[in-house]
Design a protein around this ligand. Structure first.
Ligand SMILES: C[S@@+](CC[C@H](N)C(=O)[O-])C[C@H]1O[C@@H](n2cnc3c(N)ncnc32)[C@H](O)[C@@H]1O
Length: 173
């Protein structure tokens, strides 16, 4: 099971990027996203609505206290992977991480609480340069699942895209 913890969400300013963290996590094979920071029911509603229309069982929830969320998953024997530009390069660690079935992936926001570097089992960089939580998540999941996630079937979808060379074809059920 792959769970994402998105730290430090800010109402208004982060709505789009936090929503994209959820959408990317869902489509690239994760099971759940937990938002921390400021509570935002709009984001949870958006993610839920995408699931109702496009299928699958991806879940989204809010947790005020990010540390207790991490502790809970540690108790459940999840490995905690913090994505940070200061960490070890992903290609050095991905083989070992693929052997772990249960991972909590932590991504930061504008400011990251310093404790997370110590609490995490792995601090992993997607290149040792600053960029984006959405890109870091996408590349981590793509590397972890080695591309197989792109063929994922989303059960009970109301909408299904029939791929075309040109134009749009969507099947409704
Ligand atoms: C825009 S960055 C801001 C980081 C913040 N200024 C700090 O104190 O580190 C937001 C998040 O994107 C992710 N991120 C950015 N660059 C990354 C990289 N090169 N490798 C892995 N994750 C990265 C991290 O999870 C980070 O917390």
């Amino acid at each position: 099971m792959i769970v994402i913890l998105r730290l430090g969400h800010r109402l208004g300013r982060d709505q789009r990027i936090s929503t994209h963290c959820g959408l990317v996590s869902r489509v690239l094979g994760a099971d759940k996203i937990i938002y921390s920071g400021e509570q935002d029911s709009g984001i949870l509603k958006n993610i839920e609505e995408v699931g109702v229309r496009w299928g699958g069982s991806f879940a989204a929830s809010y947790e005020k206290n990010w540390k207790s969320a991490v502790e809970e998953y540690k108790r459940k024997k999840f490995s905690v992977v913090h994505l940070t530009m200061y960490g070890q390069q992903i290609h050095e660690k991905i083989k070992a991480l693929r052997k772990k079935a249960n991972i909590l992936i932590v991504v930061g926001g504008e400011k990251v609480p310093p404790d997370i570097y110590q609490i995490a089992d792995y601090n992993i960089a997607i290149g040792n340069q600053p960029h984006s939580e959405v890109a870091a998540l996408a590349i981590f999941l793509h590397e972890y699942f080695a591309g197989k996630e792109l063929g994922k079937n989303f059960k009970s979808a109301k909408l299904k895209i029939i791929p075309q060379d040109r134009g749009k074809k969507v099947e409704e059920s």
